[in-house]
Design a protein around this ligand. Sequence first.
Ligand code: ADP
Ligand code: MG
Length: 451
Amino acid sequence: TPSATTTIPPNVQSLIVQARDLFERAFGADDDLADRADLPRHCASAPGRVNLIGEHTDYTGGYVLPLAIDRNTVCYGRGDIVARADAGVASTRCRVASTTGRRDDCAVEFFADRSSTPSTTSDRWANYVRGVVEQYLPDLPDDETFVLDVAVAGDVPLGSGLSSSASLEVATAAFLECVMERRGVAYSSCGGKGRNAGGTMSAKDVAKERAIRCQRAENVFCGVPCGIMDQFVSSAGSKGNLLLIDCRSLDFQKVSPSCADEACMPVLVIANSNVKHDLGAGEYPIRVQQCKEATEALSKVNPLVKSLRDASMDDVDAAASSGVLSGVLLKRARHVVSENSRTVKAADAWLRGDWELVGNLMNESHSSMKDDYEVSCDEIDVLVQLAQNFDGVFGSRLTGGGFGGCTVTLVKKDVAQGLIDYLNQKYEEKTGSKCDCFITSPGGGAMAISV
Ligand code: ADP
Ligand code: MG
């Protein structure tokens, strides 16, 4: 289970207040279900993330190097596990509301029922919650189900590539784990051995299992064929550390510079382009498919290649010269294979405090995403170029799925604010739109908050 903590960052505290206020507005007063008023209260939070490097590598079992950021989603509400004898009647329904909804006090309702199918209403956001609830139902005895009233508040910008979706899923999961823990119900689907409430599952394994469930929720209930990076780092994030995640074995290690010299440590600036091209939603599944096809082609020159993770640049070159890999598929494979190797190098360079090398790898990553993977766009390229040419910047690149969203820049601490002012001014001059920039540092992962 997520660890309770006493040091809750101020922005999370403010989100808790917002979520609690919304809870009272949406579910508190004149409740038509008097017995719900006594249900136990719970609260949990989970962060968004930024990916330093390792983009579009997770769904082919490769490496990623993200960090949880100090932007979060909080779930506050009441919840319990009750007999399904009542299923189908109002007292076992789940209700969710969000401060970002068009009518925030208007709750979305669904039943936690194993036979549920994704809803296709205009309240599509509720599927991120519902999908997660569905992943936890099999932990309960057959004749029991969840009853929930959950209010959501977050400060991860929506649809900007900082993974508000994963933070919502993982916060929901952590909330459900609070509900289960209170009832002594443990994870049931870890090869029959896992136990979280019983305490025999390590914190690492709990974080991993939670991430797997949240990814499945997004894949199945939201129709996004995403890899596991976002959910993983939101779940397992660690203050002060990047996570080097092996998306095949799901092993991960915390990465922080061994030199403890805070003063010479650069910072990360996130710049939100505030654009999101519609193209992106359709292009993502196309990239996933192209990777499958490229893998098939590569396996003809090297039968050991079962996913792009297994391929080397030599394999890619061999496949290209023998003609089995060409055109768009060659470009896609070249990005993923080179990105995996950059990611492992960047983790090592970060550990050694070799910021020049980290920056160069970030710059190469951007070029590769732009030219070979073709997931950048004009606005993002403007931000990256402005940053890369700014004195004191080590490197800059598009972060997240692409077609808009954010850039991440590694920059000397003493010029970070200067960079932000520069980007604000120049981006508007060049594109006519405003960007939002902020400095971030690696924050913690999902946590339960005592209420
Ligand atoms: P990203 O994950 O990069 O922010 P996505 O398109 O994957 O972008 O996910 C954004 C979607 O997640 C939103 O459109 C919404 O449906 C849902 N979402 C995330 N956070 C919230 C929230 N606090 N309240 C309601 N919906 C949310
Ligand atoms: Mg997302």
